[in-house]
Design a protein around this ligand. Sequence first.
Ligand SMILES: [Zn+2]
Length: 780
Amino acid sequence: MYRYIFLFTLVLFPTIYGLAQDDALVPCGTSKIVEEALKNPEKKQIMDQLELFTQEFIANWSEQRKASNQITIPVVVHVIHNYGNENISYEQIDQGIARINEDFNGLNDDLSEVIDSFTNIIGYPEMKFRLATIDPDGNPTYGVTRTASLFYENTDSDDVMSLINWDSKKYVNIYVVRSFDANMSSAAAYATKPGNGGELGDYIFCRYDYFGDWNVNTDSGPTENNARRHTLPHEMGHFFNLDHPWGGTNSPGDTDANCTIDDGVEDTPPTAGTDGNAVGCPLNQTTCGDELDNVQNIMDYSSCAHMFTQGQSVRMLAAAESFAGNRYYLWQDQNLIATGTDDAHFLDQPHANCAPIPDFISDIDLGCENEEISFADFTYNYRNQNITYTWNFEGGDASSTSDPNPVVMYPNSGTYDVSLTTCNGNNCNTIVKENYITILSKKQVSLEEGVTNLQSFESNSFPNMTETNEIWWLGDNFNQQHWEITNLASTEGGSSYRIKSQGYNANRRSHEFSSPQLDLSEFSTSSDNTLQICFDYAYAKRLPYFEFTQTDNPHSIHNDALVVSYKTSCDANWNERPRLSTRPGQEGSFLNKQEQLITTDSVYFNNFIPNEDQWRTYCLNIQQLAGSSEAVIKFEFKGTGTDIDDTYLVADENGAFITEISAGTIGGNWLYIDNIAIGNESSFEEISSTRNSTIENLVISPNPSSNDNVLASLNLNRESEVKVTLTSFLGRVIGSKHINLNKGHNDLSISDIFNIPNQGSFILEISTSNTRLSNIIIIR
Ligand SMILES: [Zn+2]
C-alpha cells in the first residue's frame, strides 16, 4: 500500500462538454485563467476544429489504421533550478520518459492489476516519446536543458517560458520546477490541451518530485508510487486532448456537476470521478447510474491508475493526426530528422559530440582577503564522457585549475570575473560570470574623527571606488531594478542611491550592498556612548491605498522595507537590526522597534524625488561592532514589487471602499538613501546640533554711517548660503542677494553689495533656512 498523493491538472480550457467549475481543490487562480482563455476566440476555434476532426476520425476508425505506424514524438525537458535537488538527474528524467512510454504502449507492469471488468477496454495509442538529440540550433543535445533562475519556485508558466522554449511544433516542451505559484500551488503538474498555450505554444509543467516515481531525496528509484508513476502519462493524455473521465472540470467526485458532462470518449462510462485523496481506489464505485466507473483510468484521480481505454487511445491519435493544435507536425519524418529522434540518428550514438555546457556556483560571492571560497561544478549536456575543465580566476590563487570543484583564495580586495570552459574532446563551451566574486577592502574608522562619513554616493566608480581603493559589495541584481546612483536628490554632495520595487516578480528578492570591512577596534566595547550608524533616507507612497480590512490601522499595502544588518567578522552570520518598513512590526527582527519607511504624507504616482523636508535621518545602535577589526554592514531593500496572486480591496483614509485592485499592477515608489555615517552617539548629537545653519551677532558698523561705508559682521556655525536683503522702512526692497559665507566670523561690505541711497533708515536682513537676523542701518 503506497501513500496516496493527490495529483491533478489544470485544464486551461474547458471542452465543449463542460463548463469551468469553481472547486475547493483548485485555487481561485485557475478559474481566472480559464476565464481568460475562454475570452480568446482563436483558442476556442482551434478546440472546435479539433473536436470536429476528432469525431470524424473516431467515426471512421478501424484498428487496421493503427497497425502499421507507431508514431514518434520528440520531447525536450527544461529543468529550471536554483542548484538544489529540483535540478533532477538524467536518470530521473530517463525514468519519467520511460513511464510515459510504458503507459502509452501498454507495457506498464501494473496494467496486470486491471480488474476483469475493464480488461476488454484497455487501449494504448502506441506513441513513442524520445528525448531530442538535436537542439533548435542543430547542436547535439541530451534533450535536457538546465536553467538556473529564481523562477524555479512559486513558478508562473509565462515567466518560465520566457527563459527558455523550443519550437512547440517540433518538440514537446516539458518544464520541471520546484513548486508552482498560488494559482497552481496544490497541483503536481499541469498541461495545455492542443492549442491552449499562448504565444510560445503548448507545454507540460511538472513539479520535480512528480517527474516519474523517482526517489528525489536519494536520487535513486523507482518508488512505484502510483500517483507519481502516472503523473506524466496523465499530463501527456491532456496534451493529446484527453479530459478527465467525467469531463473537462477539476472536481472529482462531484456527482451533481459531473454526471451530466462527458469526456468525449465512448468506452469510459459516465462518472463523477474519483477523489482518490478521500476514497483511494473504490473498484466497485458506480457514481452516475448502474455502470461501473473506470476507476483504474490514468485520467482519473484514484490511487490505482493503470490504464487508458481504447476510446481514449483513438482520441489521442486523432489529436496527433490533426493540424488543429499542431500535434501533427511533431511526428512527421522531417521533424524526426531535424530533432534527431529518427531511428537512424537516435540509435547511432547521437550524443558522441555533445559539447558540455558549463555552469557553476560558489559558496560565497562576498568574501574577505585570503578567505577560502569553494566552487561547485554544474556542467551539463554530458553523461558518461570524460570531460575536461579549465577554470580562470581573475585575481585568484590559484589563477587557473583543471579541478572540477576547486577551492580558491583571493589575496587582494577587488571585484573579479570567473570563467569555466568544459570540453568533450574538441567540443567545448565557456561561461564567464563577470564581477562574480567581491573581496572587500579594509577601512580604518578613526575614533578621533568623531563621525566618519562612510558613503555619500559621490564616486562614479562606486561600488569599486578607484579614488579611495575602497571595495564595496553590490549584490545580485536578479535582472530587476537594482540600486542605482542618482543626482536627482541628495543630502550630502550631489548624488544619492535609490531603488524601487516596481517590476519585480512575485518572488521577493533582497537587493543588497555592503560596506568594506571596517576596523572599529578604536571604539570601546564597554562604552555607554554607543556606536551608531546613521543615514538619510526618503520614501513616498505611490498610490493612496490602504488595506481595507485594517481601517483602524491603515497602512500602505506595498510591503517595502530597508533592512540594515551587520556581521562582526568575515565568517560570522548577519545580524538584522530593526528595519524600516511600510508595514512596521509585521515581519523581520525586533518587531516592536521597527519604524515607518514612508517619510512624507504626499503621494507620488511614480517618480518621487524628495525635497529637503522629505528626507529623514535614521540611526541604529551597532555597539556589537565596537572593537571589531573586520566588521561589515549590509543594506538590503526588500521590495514586493508585483504580487500577482493578491487582490486588494482599496479604501480611502476614512475606510470607504474605492475599488478592488490587483497588486500586480502596483509597484512601490523610489527609496533614496544618502550620507551613511558611523560614530559614537555623542558625536552624532554634536553634529545634529550643528546641522542647522545659524547666524549670530549681526553687527552694523559704523552706525550711523555714510552710504559708501556700511559694514556688517556676523558669525555662522557652518559654511552656508545666506540671503541678504535690504529694504526701506516702508518695506520697499532695495536689493536681495544669495551669498556663500564661511564658517565663523564674516565681514560683509553692504555698500559693495547694494546701491544704498545717500540718506535714510533701512533694514538689513540676513537669513539661512533656519535663522533670520535683522538690524537697522542709518545713513546720514
Ligand atoms: Zn488532469
